[in-house]
Ligand binder design. Structure first.
Ligand SMILES: Nc1ncnc2c1ncn2[C@@H]1O[C@H](COP(=O)(O)OP(=O)(O)OP(=O)(O)O)[C@@H](O)[C@H]1O
Length: 754
């Protein structure tokens, strides 16, 4: 039996594709009919027979997926606990570090590799450049030997990953949220969650706590530094984690030992939990403030950092001369502070509380110059470098818009923030200033500032201490690198000697140890002697520790050379300072000149504006005057009109009376009245122009005479100027004439037509 399906009729090749069914299939799967016909022709398989099967399977898959998702969602919402981790929160960093250390992560066949596991969100992200434990020894060839390379961290890729934690099955899920803004980086767009079976999420919480503890442990020996700034692309203030650096030992800050001791005792007592209770029992706000003041580069920021490191607290730094420092931003930054931390408010003599820092520095004609070029080397990576850039920024700001800067944060605003509800209790407030004399007493009154520490330029003891701090051998110091040819040759000499010694006889370990100790003692003694010599060559109270440290760092492996060049350095630095002062004075003068010129220009402009205003005022006045005159004229005219009307009315009345009398006397009068009125009208017209002219009496009289001749009855038309008696006299004759005229109207008069 032939199982071959019959070929569609009308298609000699058997490749007919025109059935509606095929057209539909072609629409969804382009080229289907061609392939199916070819397959049916050459392989004798009719694909059309399998279509229902394929459709059925697709439908089944769809339904399976739908139900799977539906049931998994149902199970997740009713039978599982889930924690979602936001990538813009610091817990993201903590959890990812934890995940990277787990075996399921290490075993994962598809994974993401990172040198830095942290969130890409810029304000959560932290740099590990200064983290030693994040680095591993390079094990490559000669070049990489001894160098440190970035450690690699492996985390599972996108999808769900099952693992066991505390005997519970958990699922780590990493997904990419495509809905978020396109400008975000891949890491910012990803979402992570951990879920567990059961409605109690305790295991998830424990996991998160563990992740946080581990993360904190790594930071234990570090001081975490946060800077108050604004989020990129918005003006929202945030604390940005800027650095995690090895805590600075208190001993490295050179300061009067008693002051240091007092400070530590005071802070220790304050941080004691019993003290907290003591404060709250008495209703006293639990906070403490310290003011560190002195010239630039004398160790104020260094002490603050050392303090934070010593008490294992985070330090939150805000510079009041920065753009961020307005009342609103500061208030919200303070509101976000944790309970136990150090808040460092730098440059409180700036930002409108008194004067700007620039002004202060200018007023101080002394040697209050900012760090010299030397200090660039000394840059305390945390404070000084950021400070330098900040100063770089803000000195410009101050120059260009010191007025706006000073307008931003008022003293009362700052006091409100320090004392108000937004200020977190339990914090340690450290304020620094270069100009204590400029501070308002309210700002540094007890309660706000409980201890004032003065920093000064280096005296002889301090100079010697700085020298010792740089050159005395310390644990962990690397072998000095050959800095000069002399040192190199010395080193070579040593190596040769050592090699010879090794070839001959290797000393016992104890002997080696004793030799090393003896050498160290000798070095210390030598450094001590050199420190004394050095201190004697540096004038006391002239240079800041930062300046001295900068010079020492130039020859950090050659103390003799440092001592030898000390006097020269003093002369050169003085000269440099003088030049800098002169330059600054010149710049200041130039700036003042420009300001003056601009001021004068402004004044000129103001004057011109005033003049223009005056002119406009004059014009306005003139216009008003003209208007007034016009109005007066109008008024006069109106008055005249009114008077004339009055007079006319009067005359009318009079004339009426007269006419009445006449008519009374004549027995009729209604007929000629209109004519008389017309005549009086013309007479009135004439009187308009000549009423005031006494001579007008003549033509009026003439008119009256004309009237008498029979043209009109101008009795009422007699203007005031016309002597009434004359008219009265004439009226009698006119009356008769008018009567006469009424009786026999003259065709040319124009008045007689009925
Ligand atoms: N008393 C000091 N002891 C040890 N190092 C110091 C001392 N004073 C300054 N230095 C060094 O000088 C550099 C600058 O110091 P720091 O930033 O603490 O000075 P500052 O007083 O805060 O200056 P500014 O007023 O400009 O902020 C740092 O590298 C620091 O190590």
């Amino acid at each position: 039996m032939d199982a071959t399906p019959p070929l569609p009729s009308g298609d000699p090749d058997g490749l007919e594709t025109g059935t509606p069914q095929n057209a539909l299939l072609d629409f969804f799967f382009p080229g289907f009919s061609v392939y199916s016909t070819a397959i049916s022709k050459y392989l004798h398989i009719d694909l059309n027979l399998y279509i229902p099967l394929v459709l059925f399977l697709s439908g089944l898959t769809f339904v399976w997926r739908y139900f799977q998702e539906y049931f998994s969602n149902l199970a997740e919402s009713h039978l599982m606990s889930v924690v979602d981790i936001r990538p813009d929160d610091e817990i993201y960093n903590m959890l990812m570090t934890w995940v990277a250390s787990q075996s399921f992560s290490k075993k994962s066949r598809r994974f993401v590799v990172n040198t830095n596991l942290n969130s890409r969100s810029w304000y959560v992200w932290r740099s590990f450049d200064d983290d030693d434990e994040e680095e591993e020894e390079g094990g490559g060839g000669d070049e990489s030997r001894g160098q440190k390379t970035k450690a690699l961290a492996y985390t599972p890729t996108f999808g769900s990953h099952w693992f066991i934690y505390k005997n519970r099955i958990l699922i780590f899920r990493r997904t990419q949220n495509a809905q978020q803004s396109a400008f975000m980086t891949a890491s910012e767009r990803e979402e992570i969650s951990i879920s567990c079976f059961g409605r109690n999420p305790w295991v998830l919480k424990e996991l998160l706590h563990e992740a946080r503890e581990e993360h904190m442990k790594r930071d234990e020996a570090k001081t975490l530094i946060y800077r108050g700034t604004t989020r990129s692309g918005s003006s929202e203030p945030v604390w940005q984690r800027s650095l995690a650096r090895a805590s600075r030992p208190f001993s490295t800050v050179i300061l009067n030992e008693k002051v240091k001791k007092d400070l530590i005792e005071d802070v220790t007592d304050y941080l004691n939990p019993a003290t907290r209770r003591w404060y709250s029992n008495r209703g006293i706000p639990y906070r403490r403030g310290y003011l560190l003041h002195g010239p630039p580069g004398t160790g104020k920021s260094s002490l603050s950092l050392a303090l934070a490191g010593f008490f294992k607290m985070r330090i939150y730094i805000v510079s009041l001369s920065s753009v961020t420092a307005n009342e609103e931003n500061l208030a919200s930054l303070f509101a976000e502070l944790p309970r136990r931390c150090v808040v460092l408010l730098e440059d409180i003599d700036t930002a409108g509380l008194t004067h700007t820092r620039d002004n202060g520095a200018q007023n101080d004609a002394n040697t209050d110059t900012t760090d010299t070029a030397d200090t660039a080397d000394t840059a305390d990576t945390t404070t000084s470098s950021s400070r330098r850039s900040r100063n770089g920024q803000t000195s410009e700001n101050n120059n260009s818009n010191s007025s706006t800067t000073s307008g931003r944060l008022s003293l009362s605003g700052l006091l409100n923030i320090l004392d108000g509800v937004a200020s977190q209790e339990g914090r340690l407030l450290v304020m620094t200033t270069n100009h204590i004399e400029k501070l308002d007493k309210a700002l540094i009154r007890p309660g706000r500032v409980d201890m004032i520490v003065k920093f000064d330029r280096a005296d002889t003891d301090m100079t010697a201490a700085i020298f010792r701090a740089i050159y005395a051998p310390l644990e962990g110091d690397d072998l000095p690198a050959p800095a000069t040819s002399k040192a190199l040759s010395q080193l070579e000499g040593k190596i040769t000697t050592t090699t010879t010694a090794t070839t001959t006889a290797r000393p016992a370990p104890e002997e080696e140890e004793t030799a090393r100790a003896a050498k160290k003692a000798a070095t210390i003694a030598r450094v001590e002697a050199l420190a004394a010599q050095f201190a004697a060559r540096i004038p006391a109270h002239e240079f800041s520790p930062a300046e001295i440290q900068g010079y020492l760092l130039r020859n950090k492996r050659d103390p003799e050379r440092t001592v030898a060049g000390a006097e020269q350095w003093v002369v050169a630095t003085r000269l440099e300072k003088k030049e800098k002062e002169l330059k600054e004075a010149g710049e200041r003068r130039e700036r003042e000149r420009k300001e003056r010129e601009e001021g004068e220009k402004e004044k000129e402009k103001e004057k011109e504006k005033e003049k223009e205003k005056e002119k406009e005022k004059e014009k306005e006045k003139e216009k008003k005057k003209e208007k007034k005159e016009k109005e007066e004229k109008e008024e006069k005219k109106e008055k005249k009109k009114a008077e004339r009307k009055k007079r006319a009315d009067k005359e009318k009345k009079k004339a009426g009376k007269t006419t009445t009398t006449d008519s009374e006397s004549s027995g009729s009068g209604s007929g000629p009245e209109s004519e008389a009125e017309s005549g009086s009208e013309s007479a009135r017209e004439a009187s308009k122009t000549k009423s005031k002219d006494p001579a007008a009496a003549v033509p009026v009289r003439a008119t009256a005479a004309a009237a008498l001749e029979g043209k009109a009855a101008p009795v009422q038309a007699e203007p005031l100027a016309v002597p009434v008696p004359a008219i009265t006299v004439d009226t009698d004759g006119a009356k008769d004439a008018a009567v006469e005229m009424h009786k026999t109207p003259r065709p040319d008069s124009g008045y007689g037509t009925p």
